[in-house]
Design a protein around this ligand. Structure first.
Ligand code: SAM
Length: 247
């Protein structure tokens, strides 16, 4: 793993990631809007549309939104299910969760969400306990992605669904160059403007570049045991939605 110019051992990586989100927790959502021009909202809506959570039924529909941060995805899932889904937002960073819990008080369905501090590599949940596992812009921050995927598999019920939304490799000529320039020249300075510190954002740019391409990542999902693995490119594959089923 590269961080700026030096190589970071896997064991240290989580510490750096935690620093980033500790520094930005309170301004995290504002930064998302600024840096993506609001498009992250559209990608998240597309993810939730793919999930299509049920709006009624005879039993609970339980979703684990891992690396759920301030709860942006959880809120969308609750709204899409008209409050029927039960969402557990889980994140390694208590500050992100605290912002989310505070915000959840003004959501349409505040009663159906809970917040649990946990590491995606080692989940405090029982086997076969969720109908869906979602993770948006989180998995690239996890040092051992294979561990996170097998934990996702373990906690899902049979018939359960995995959806991973993540920044990916732009696959459109010219757009890829523009995106590279944008990442190097604009993201770190914008980060400094809003949070007073460019380095966390330099890290974010690196983590996006280091994340496996869609074919490699799809193979990792299959290796964890998932079937019917799919990849959908959003916005020239700036972001990608990966899906799979525990069958
Ligand atoms: N899903 C939210 C969203 O889309 O707005 C938040 C995404 S944010 C870019 C990444 C999140 O991953 C942070 O809240 C961070 O604390 C969390 N994270 C990083 N490493 C993690 C780990 N090992 N286990 C769980 N969460 C982790």
């Amino acid at each position: 793993t590269h961080f700026g110019t030096r190589t970071v051992p896997l064991g240290e990586k989580q510490g750096l990631v935690n620093d980033v989100f500790f520094k930005v927790a309170s301004r995290y959502d504002l930064m998302n809007d600024l840096m993506s021009g609001g498009i992250h909202r559209v990608w998240k809506d597309l993810m939730v549309a793919r999930l299509a959570p049920p709006r009624s039924g005879s039993r609970d529909y339980k979703v684990l939104d891992m690396a759920g941060g301030t709860g942006d995805v959880a809120m969308r899932i609750l709204d899409a299910s008209h409050g029927y889904a039960k969402v557990t937002v889980s994140d390694i960073n208590a500050d992100m969760l605290a912002v989310g819990a505070e915000r959840a008080r003004s959501w349409r369905y505040p009663a159906n969400v809970d917040f649990v501090e946990a590491n995606a590599e080692q989940l405090p949940f029982e086997n076969n306990s969720f109908d869906a596992y979602t993770i948006a812009f989180g998995i690239r921050n996890v040092p051992r992605i294979d561990k996170a995927l097998s934990e996702a598999y373990r906690v899902l019920k049979r018939g359960g669904r995995l959806l991973v939304l993540e920044f990916s490799k732009v696959d459109v000529p010219v757009l890829d160059k523009v995106y590279d320039l944008f990442s190097d020249r604009l993201i770190p300075p914008m980060g400094r403007m809003v949070t007073g510190d460019a380095e966390p954002y330099q890290y974010l740019v690196e983590s996006i570049r280091n994340f496996p391409d869609p074919a490699t990542f799809s193979t990792m999902i299959e290796t964890a045991g998932f079937k019917r693995v799919t990849h959908t490119a959003f916005s020239g594959n700036i972001a990608a939605l990966h899906g799979g089923w525990k069958l």
